[in-house]
Design a protein. Structure first.
Length: 320
């Protein structure tokens, strides 16, 4: 079973793809599911991303979930960029609840132009400074408790190659390793972004050396995303990415997200979140309006869910 966990529809300003066309393309590629992760760049309001777009995506996808049920699993996500750098601006898109998957990314420094627009032959700041800042911001995303995965680690390479510039990330290996360790420690996934080949790179984003280090550190959580903005790019490179991951020793499972929101009238969510963490069980808590007394629980294996249910039962019995 193959999922494409990073795609964009016409509800992203840089895409014209109709959601239904994306679903049909996914079926033709033999995918089991598709997650639509339209853009919300928190520092480009309203020029690039709007709440209206996110609401439009939700309205468009809900009936498609029903229509394609049994043939294709349709998930609703968001690619939330610069959210950790602009927490006030991130509150509103995060409050639009019901996401199956939140993909954290860094497209720019705080309140700066997207790295896409930069001329890498004549950058506004020395490239070593920009690259270090980029990875420091990725580390902040890895530490942030509002996202499920980190997208396209090494994003700058995708556009530097366009300008004939090859970036070397070796001087930042210690910082990259800290990002990887943080993802593992906080239970977040690292994305294999397959778009690198489409942009002229000879590798995935991130490159295979980073994947080797991630696996050696004990990294297990991986999603695969095409970053498609056109139906014809959906699922691109997924089979090859799975092969690469297997060769590195990863166990490749369906890359879909499965979450539930739970609340209890006698157990405050914030305290329950802390108690579960102390018991070694990681769930998600959002201190946001309307959902500040809910926990978001990822459905795991039967053994994991049995442990979760037994722990919850014990907590409830201690209160009632």
């Amino acid at each position: 079973m193959i999922f494409d966990s990073h795609t964009h529809s016409r509800f992203s300003t840089d895409s014209k793809a109709e959601p239904r066309d994306m679903m049909e393309a996914a079926l033709k590629k033999g995918l089991a599911g598709l997650c639509v992760t339209d853009h919300y760049d928190c520092d480009e309001i309203p020029a690039f991303c709007t709440l209206e777009n996110l609401r439009g995506a939700k309205a468009a996808l809900e009936p498609l979930r029903q229509e394609y049920a049994g043939r294709l699993e349709v998930l609703r996500g968001v690619e939330l960029a610069q959210g950790v750098l602009c927490p006030n601006e991130a509150r509103e898109p995060l409050a639009l609840t019901g996401y199956d998957y939140i993909l954290g990314s860094v497209h720019a420094g705080r309140w700066r132009e997207d790295y896409y627009w930069m001329d890498y032959r004549d950058p506004p700041h020395p490239l070593p400074v920009l690259i270090r800042e980029y990875f420091e911001n990725c580390l902040a995303v890895a530490r942030w408790d509002q996202v499920d995965a980190l997208a396209h680690l090494g994003y700058l390479k995708r556009y530097a190659i366009r300008d004939g510039v090859t970036l070397d990330y070796t001087p930042y290996d210690d910082l990259i390793d800290e990002i990887l360790c943080t993802l593992i420690a906080t239970g977040k996934a690292l994305e294999v972004n397959t778009s690198g080949f489409r942009y002229g790179l000879p590798e995935w984003i991130p490159g295979i050396e980073i994947w080797r280090r991630y696996r050696a550190m004990g990294g297990e959580l991986v999603t695969i995303g095409s970053d498609a903005h056109r139906p014809e790019d959906i699922g691109a490179g997924h089979k090859e990415a799975q092969r690469m991951l297997r060769e590195l020793g990863f166990t490749v499972l369906p890359s879909k997200s499965n979450f539930i929101f739970i609340t209890h009238p006698e157990l405050p969510a914030r305290k329950l979140f802390a108690d579960l963490r102390e018991a070694g069980i990681l769930v998600r808590y959002f201190a946001l309006p309307r959902i500040d007394n809910f926990l978001r629980v990822t459905i795991g294996s039967e053994e994991e869910m049995a442990e979760f249910c037994a722990t919850m039962k014990r907590f409830v019995e201690n209160v009632l």
